[in-house]
Ligand binder design. Structure first.
Ligand code: SAM
Length: 271
């Protein structure tokens, strides 16, 4: 591999001033980027989908870790910078210009890729929900995703905490989710207003006898009115209150006190 110019130089040379509209906050610290790229584990010859590579900081770290990277970037200005990176790692980096919310990513791979990404938070959350709600086992091997810290905490939240809600149930009922590392706001250029964290998610077995759509509808209804008792919040979903009772869950409880395993049990009775 030829020596790569510093990322800041690449950004300056290609005029990649950070666009607020595209949620651009870049990472330039090579050591931090290497630590993020190490979160999925050994990537030697592994396929990785990177969403939103921007000027390619994380992309470099993934390539240096031995991965074969497919990168989807929406900002056309970044494509020439990424093409240089592709030249430095012949046959290891495929760059696709487009919106990750619209591209059919699974069709880009024969095997199961790891996914790694530092995305604007709204796009990241929408993609995460999509990746967590598909068929199981999923088409991906693991997710390593940067979020603002408050969103990361909602993903890994334990039952009974204020952050516990739909996102926690979605992320935890058939996957392991953990915060791999906090990332200080000052690590980004420009620095965002809030702190961030990298979340690591790996698939687990899907509990038997549960229709995922039932679980999603159930938790959407219950956490849509999280301060209300289940007997109120679940009124609109036929059979749900009865199912909770049959699963041994007192309908005077509120959604945030019901554990992931208990939600799964209610959904199983209802499925
Ligand atoms: N990964 C780079 C880094 O860590 O320095 C850039 C991170 S920046 C927070 C987010 C990147 O995602 C930007 O390059 C932005 O253009 C890109 N992006 C935003 N929305 C996107 C979308 N819907 N599809 C693909 N890329 C997107």
């Amino acid at each position: 591999m030829t020596a790569l110019p510093p990322l800041r130089e690449v950004v300056a040379r290609h005029g990649l001033s950070a666009s607020k509209a595209l949620g651009q906050n870049f990472l330039f610290d090579g050591q931090l980027l290497a630590r993020i790229a190490a979160v999925p584990g050994d990537l030697t010859d592994a396929e990785v989908l990177e969403v939103g590579p921007g000027p390619g900081g994380l992309t470099r770290a993934l390539l240096a870790a031995g991965a074969r990277v497919t990168a989807i970037e929406r900002d056309r200005r970044c494509i020439p910078a990424l093409a240089e990176l592709s030249d430095a790692y012949p046959g290891r980096l495929r760059v696709i210009e487009g919106d990750a919310l619209e591209i059919d990513a699974p069709s880009l791979f024969d095997g199961r890729p790891h996914i790694a990404s530092n995305l604007p938070y709204n796009v990241g959350t929408a993609l995460l929900v999509g990746w967590l709600t598909g068929g199981w086992p999923p088409w991906w091997e693991s997710l390593t995703l940067m979020f603002q810290r408050e969103v990361a905490e909602r993903i890994v939240a334990p039952v009974g905490s204020d952050a516990f809600g739909r996102l926690a149930v979605l992320a935890q009922w058939r996957a392991h989710a953990r915060i791999a590392m906090p990332v200080h706001r000052s690590a980004f250029t420009p620095p965002p207003k809030v702190m961030s964290a990298v979340v690591h998610i790996t698939p687990a077995d899907q509990p038997g006898g549960v229709d995922p759509l039932v679980l999603e509808r159930l938790t959407a209804a219950a956490f849509g009115q999280r301060r209300k008792m289940l007997r109120q919040s679940l009124k609109g979903m036929a059979g749900a209150i009865e199912a909770a009772k049959r699963a041994g869950i007192d309908p005077t409880r509120r959604a945030e006190t019901v554990s992931v395993a208990e939600w799964v049990e209610i959904a199983r009775v209802l499925s």
